[in-house]
Design a protein around this ligand. Sequence first.
Ligand code: FAD
Length: 374
Amino acid sequence: MAPQIVILGGGFAGLTAAHKLLKLTTPKAKEAKIVLVSESAHLYWNLASVRAVIPDQIPDDDLFRPLSDGFTQYPASRFKLIVGKATSVNFTQGTVTVQTDSRTEPVPYDQLVLATGSSLPNSLPFKHVGSTDDTTTALHDMQNKIHQAKSIVIAGGGATGVETMGELAQFYRGQKKLTLVISGHRALADLIPSVGKAAEAELAKMGVEMVHNATVTGRQEETSGSTSLTLSNGNTLQADLYIPLFGMAANTSFLPSSILTERGDVKLDLTLRVQGMQNVWAVGDVGNLETKQATKVDPQVKHLVNNLQAVLEGNGNGVTEYAPSTKPLIAVTIGRSKGTGQMGGWKLFGWLVSYMKGRTLLTEKGAALVSGSS
Ligand SMILES: Cc1cc2nc3c(=O)[nH]c(=O)nc-3n(C[C@H](O)[C@H](O)[C@H](O)COP(=O)(O)OP(=O)(O)OC[C@H]3O[C@@H](n4cnc5c(N)ncnc54)[C@H](O)[C@@H]3O)c2cc1C
């Protein structure tokens, strides 16, 4: 019987892996059937969520693209999309339990690819928060809250916090009080100091207040509707809206802790297999080999597909080790026209970040990703 490869997660990693596997042409790989299981029926271009949380900035259709549209090009015998949530895996029997709208079904696999990505701990719509409907509802709710708030505090000086604050500052400059709480002495602390300095200088010019060396340790909703935030430095802040943008974690609650690191990432060996397993693999944010960035997805997926092809062909020697990259490559937008970033040891020019990414936040690339032509 043709081998069945089950991919869990229809994000950047799972979607790309499905297309690349379906395009394999070697005789045995050509027969394999791909089953893509995704809680969300759409690809969410979450890179643009930092702008999309402001009402009327990006149409939903540019953010959410149906996964099914991309797979009509393949014979039905080779591909199946199941819109549902993987709730457990039985590694001994080789089955995944999937919960769809109407039923719970066991999905058998010969090879399993984990690509369930990551999310913020508080169901904020900067990543998928469940089904497509769940995510669009959460996004529209956030747009309303942002529209109504006169004061907004964001906690988190990483790329998501800085980019979101940059968008708010550009759009609402002078209309809302905007504060960014940064846990260390500088934003973008994982990058070279000049990058964080540049980001802070742009935000300051746009009127953003920054609080350094502090975390939010408590929050209390006031009867007035505003939130009182207690900071680790003993101060308090009042905000109509508080947006905590830190603590991104892998979506692995359906997996046994024995295959996870302490922070919940899937433990992989360099072949991209789950440590100690022969037919379970992982790519993208869910794994522990590289930083959680879309730029890491493509090289990982290409490697995974080569290795899977070797396995399908019975060529054990063809399974090779992946070389994770430790070189930073990140472009951080600050509104449409400003930005910063780092490539290797070099700080990126703001105008370049704006030109390459800031104008559209790359939403135009979603269609090619869904159709497998990117
Ligand atoms: C605001 C923001 C901006 C970003 N900007 C950039 C950027 O500019 N450049 C960059 O390189 N990276 C960026 N990133 C990181 C990027 O979003 C991730 O690296 C990328 O989404 C990883 O893709 P993935 O497919 O591994 O996971 P995800 O995109 O998280 O996709 C996971 C998929 O799995 C599904 N899923 C989850 N759990 C289950 C389950 N139990 N069963 C079935 N399906 C499930 C989800 O519905 C989703 O379809 C940004 C992240 C954020 C939050």
